[in-house]
Design a protein around this ligand. Structure first.
Ligand code: FES
Length: 107
């Protein structure tokens, strides 16, 4: 199996309703994950990009959080509408999507 050049982790943490930290799941991680998988399929990018759901990445109030390696870039408040741009710009060209990047104080 080839090593993918980039690995995307979509926080899919769930917490009970009313939990003080909230969760990326409650903020819409499911549709974001589905959008990433859909784009992966559409582009037939399985050998160069891996998409994985993850547990809590830390800064829950900025969810949906998406972490991209090897650059270790954290994107915050990601919606399904952002996924094509992340693919086009970062996963295909290696250019960070600055408008979605978490500030240095967060990550
Ligand atoms: S629940 Fe997603 S970062 Fe904590």
């Amino acid at each position: 199996m080839p090593h993918p050049a980039r690995h995307v982790f979509v926080c899919s943490q769930q917490r009970p309703p009313g939990h003080p930290r909230g969760s990326c799941s409650a903020q819409g991680s499911g549709p974001v994950l589905q959008a990433f998988w859909g784009e992966l399929q559409k582009r037939q990018a399985h050998e160069r990009v891996a998409i994985t759901y993850s547990g809590c990445l830390g800064p829950c109030d900025g969810g949906v959080n998406v972490l991209v390696y090897p650059e270790a870039v954290l994107y915050q408040r990601v919606t399904p509408d952002d996924v094509t741009e992340i693919f086009d710009q970062h996963l295909d060209k290696g250019e960070v999507v600055a408008r979605l990047q978490a500030p240095a104080a967060v990550w």
